[in-house]
Design a protein around this ligand. Structure first.
Ligand SMILES: Cc1ncc(COP(=O)(O)O)c(C=O)c1O
Length: 307
C-alpha cells in the first residue's frame, strides 16, 4: 500500500525526472548503513502563489549536516535551493513537503562511505499535519519513551542524519503500539530532550521554556520561529533543561516541527496537562499560520516565492 500520492517530478542529481524514474540500486550504500543527511521543508499557499518557508535556514542546516559527516555534496547550497524552487514549480501543487536528501550511493560497500559517490535528490509530496489536524486543535497524547535520545558522543543530534531516525522510529513505534500519538525522549542525563521528529516546549506560570541545544536535540527551525514569536507576543522565555515531572505539571506543552507544525500535547502518560486549554499555543499557532501563508509582513523575509 502506498500512502503517498505521486506528483509529477523529483529532482535527482541535477535534473527533474519523472516521479516513477527516481530510483536507486539495492546496493546503494546509504540503504545499508544509514549514511544520509536530509531536510524537511514546507511550501505553503499564499496570496502571491506558493512560498517555501525558511528555505535558506533549512539548506544551511543541510550543508552543516553534510559537513559533520564529511559528505562532499556535488551541489552548492544555492543549487539545492534552486532545485527546491524548480521542483515546487514543476509539480504545480502549492502546499507540499520538500525532502532534500544527500546520500552515499551505489559504488562500494563497507563502512567507509567516502568510497561511494554522493547523490542528492529533492522530492516533494502532499502531507497534512504530521500528528493529525485534530491534534493541532485538541492536542495529542504523548508518552515518555523507554528509549533514550542518542547521545552526541555517538550520533550528533544536530546533524540531520538518516541513522538518527532509527532511534526516533523505536520511540515512535513504542508510543503508537502503546496507544499514544507520539513519544517524548529523555536524554542520557534523564532530562527532557525532544520528540522523535519534533522539539518540545513547556509553559508554566506564563513563562515558555524549551531544552537548550546542549540537551541533545535537533536545533529545529520551527523551534527558532516560535522563539522569535515570543518577544512580540510579550511572553517571557528561557532555554532550560526540564525533568519528566516538569512535563506533568506544565500549564501547556507543545511540539514544534516542520511536519507537525505547532501541536499541543493534552496528556503525558495518562496525566492531563493543565486545564486542557492552550491560550499561549493558540496565539503562537495564529502567528505561525499568518507567517507561513504570507499574511504577516513582519516575516516576509522568511518566504521564498515560487513564481
Ligand atoms: C528529531 C527532530 N527534532 C526536531 C525537529 C523539528 O525541526 P524543524 O522545526 O526544523 O522541522 C525535527 C524535524 O526535522 C526532528 O527530526
Amino acid at each position: 500500500m502506498v500512502g503517498i500520492r505521486a506528483l509529477k517530478k523529483i529532482w535527482m542529481d541535477g535534473q527533474l525526472v519523472d516521479w516513477g524514474e527516481a530510483k536507486v540500486h539495492v546496493l546503494t550504500h546509504a540503504l545499508h548503513y544509514g549514511y544520509s543527511i536530509f531536510e524537511g521543508i514546507r511550501a505553503h499557499d499564499t496570496p502571491r502563489g506558493p512560498a517555501i518557508f525558511r528555505l535558506k535556514e533549512h539548506i544551511d542546516r543541510f550543508m552543516n549536516s553534510a559537513k559533520v559527516y564529511r559528505m562532499k555534496l556535488p551541489f552548492s547550497a544555492e543549487e539545492i535551493e534552486r532545485a527546491c524552487v524548480d521542483l515546487v514549480r514543476a509539480n504545480g501543487v502549492p502546499a507540499v513537503y520538500l525532502r532534500p536528501i544527500g546520500f552515499s550511493g551505489y559504488g562500494e560497500m563497507g563502512l567507509d562511505p567516502t568510497k561511494s559517490p554522493v547523490q542528492v535528490a529533492v522530492a516533494a509530496w502532499e502531507w497534512g499535519a504530521y500528528l493529525g489536524a485534530a491534534g493541532v486543535e485538541t492536542g495529542v497524547r504523548a508518552t515518555v519513551s523507554s528509549w533514550v535520545r542518542m547521545d552526541s558522543r555517538s550520533l550528533p543530534p544536530q546533524a540531520k542524519c538518516g541513522a538518527n531516525y532509527a532511534n526516533s522510529a523505536l520511540a515512535k513505534m513504542e508510543a503508537t503500539i502503546g496507544g499514544y500519538d507520539e513519544a517524548i525522549l529523555l536524554n542520557s542525563s534523564g532530562m527532557v530532550a525532544e520528540g522523535p521528529g519534533e522539539n518540545i516546549f513547556r509553559v508554566k506560570n506564563g513563562v515558555v521554556s524549551t531544552p537548550p541545544a546542549s540537551s541533545g536535540i535537533l536545533r529545529g527551525i520551527t523551534r527558532d520561529t516560535v522563539i522569535q514569536f515570543l518577544a512580540p507576543e510579550h511572553v517571557p522565555f528561557q532555554r532550560t533543561d526540564f525533568t519528566r515531572e516538569d512535563l506533568f505539571t506544565a500549564d501547556e506543552l507543545f511540539y514544534t516541527g516542520t511536519a507537525a507544525g505547532i501541536t499541543p500535547i493534552r496528556e503525558v502518560d495518562g496525566r492531563a496537562i493543565g486545564t486542557g486549554k492552550y491560550p499561549i499555543v493558540q496565539r503562537l499557532q495564529r502567528r505561525y499560520e499568518d507567517a507561513i501563508h504570507g499574511r504577516d509582513p513582519a516575516y516576509a523575509a522568511w518566504l521564498t516565492y515560487v513564481t
